[in-house]
Design a protein around this ligand. Structure first.
Ligand code: ZN
Length: 435
């Protein structure tokens, strides 16, 4: 990067902005945000990239087309949080939010502004040519390859997933009726796609192995589900009846997962059950495996266990395609969690309440509809955002350390994520207040 020709000004606090002088004719990218790690990451990673992209465009425009970018085309602000105050006169603001994936961030912070400048400056170029030039400039920045699962797969790409070897998916098989055949025809393949994504994540990305094969039972109707719970998963009748009543899916310590499909479910709910639920349950299976099954070192916090299970499910679900309408119901996990924060937090759940929550307290929170999954989801999403492409690696290391009897919870969090849990929760609180 030709840093000499770029000037990146970090506008963490308004009073800092006056300190830096502006060089005429050089790109200038300011950052408006809060006092949180995401804002720091935007300032550290994205502002220099955007400035370098603008500088490259400036060179190409001058050398190839003999035109100069105007001051207003060279100045913009990366706004890291929705509520950040953007001082006037610094150029247009682009909102780059935590939790967007790497491909979305590149589109917002690099390709978008480049395209806009190109279209305004080089009016003879078609939209496609402007896009090609913007992509060429971004390629010239030599950014690291997109991390796996950073972007949605192209249609049909998931068809290429090899038959999973560690996750077997079968019908419950205790009933033989029209509904069962319908589920088999429409959803068995989708469950295979979803679990195939998980298998690929575990092997190719996380570089771990599921130590035992996982068997997923797709149960068609409550009767089939209850029968799977009793005959295959060996639950007592009373327990199986209760579980059938309250749950849509169940996993156990022996690598078995049951999914309950019923005739009452509408298509988005069926899709959710076929994709999100198995991915969530498989993540729990992996967590337990990494953590030595019983977590002899320490029990990871409930927000991390549930939040990261939802995170993995949402990340991988986007690779599973049937129809866009249905994919939409899962893709907006981030938006839905934020919407809960904006409008749905009726009991005023606070981030610090998520610290040290026992399983019993968690269940009580669920019962009281306090939004603990949404809060846990936001926390995990934020942790991933500030750790960037190190997150999955950190996450595996963290759960692995829970298997070490000599490891304590506090030290493990610090080692894996580079900050204490208390420090993280405080940082998260500051960021959340800006949403
Ligand atoms: Zn769970």
């Amino acid at each position: 990067m030709k840093r000499r020709f770029t000037r990146v000004r970090f506008l963490l606090l308004a009073l800092l902005s006056a300190v830096v002088l502006r060089a005429a004719g050089a790109p200038q990218v300011d950052v408006a945000g809060g006092n949180d790690r995401w804002t720091q990451r935007v300032a550290h990673d994205w502002a220099p990239r955007t400035a370098a992209a603008l500088a490259a465009l400036q060179r190409v425009a001058a050398e190839r087309y003999g035109v100069e970018l105007s001051d207003s085309q060279l100045h913009l602000v990366l706004q890291a949080t929705p509520h950040a105050v953007v001082p006037g006169g610094l150029g247009p603001a682009i909102l780059v939010e935590a939790g967007l994936d790497e491909a979305q961030l590149r589109e917002l912070a690099l390709l978008g502004p480049l395209r806009q400048d190109i279209q305004r400056l080089l009016t003879s170029l078609t939209d496609a040519q402007a896009q090609a030039l913007a992509e060429q400039i971004v390629a010239g920045l030599n950014l690291p390859a997109l991390p796996p699962y950073a972007a949605e797969s192209a249609p049909g790409a998931s068809d290429a997933v090899a038959t999973p070897t560690h996750v077997q998916v079968q019908m419950g098989g205790h009933v033989d009726d029209a509904f069962g055949r319908e589920i088999e025809q429409q959803w068995l393949g989708v469950v295979r796609q979803a679990t195939g994504q998980f298998d690929r994540l575990v092997g190719d990305v996380l570089h771990v192995q599921l130590s035992r094969d996982v068997r997923v039972y797709v149960a068609a109707g409550e009767q089939d589900y209850e029968q799977v719970l009793m005959d295959d998963m060996h639950l007592q009748r009373a327990r199986a009846e209760l579980t059938t009543e309250v749950s849509g899916g169940l996993s156990n310590n022996r690598g078995q997962i049951a999914l309950k499909f019923t005739e009452k479910l509408k298509r988005p709910a069926l899709y959710d059950r076929a994709v999100r639920v198995p991915l969530h349950e498989l993540t729990h299976a992996l967590q337990r495996q990494l953590g030595g099954m019983t977590y002899p070192g320490f029990k990871p916090p409930q927000w991390m266990i549930e939040g990261s299970a939802d995170l993995m499910a949402s990340m991988l679900a986007r690779q599973v395609r049937i129809q866009d309408v249905e994919a939409e119901t899962l893709r907006d996990w981030r938006t839905r969690n934020l919407a809960w924060w904006h409008n749905g937090n009726r009991t005023d759940l606070r981030p610090d309440e998520m610290v040290g929550v026992t399983h019993t307290r968690w269940l009580a929170m669920m019962k009281a509809k306090r939004g603990c999954y949404q809060m846990a989801g936001l926390m995990t999403m934020y942790l991933q955002a500030i750790r960037g492409d190190r997150f999955l690696h950190d996450w595996v290391a963290y759960f692995r350390s829970a298997a070490d009897p000599a490891q304590d919870a506090e030290g493990a969090f610090l080692q894996a994520f580079g900050m204490s849990e208390a420090d993280f929760v405080e940082d998260f609180r500051r960021w959340l207040a800006q949403q």
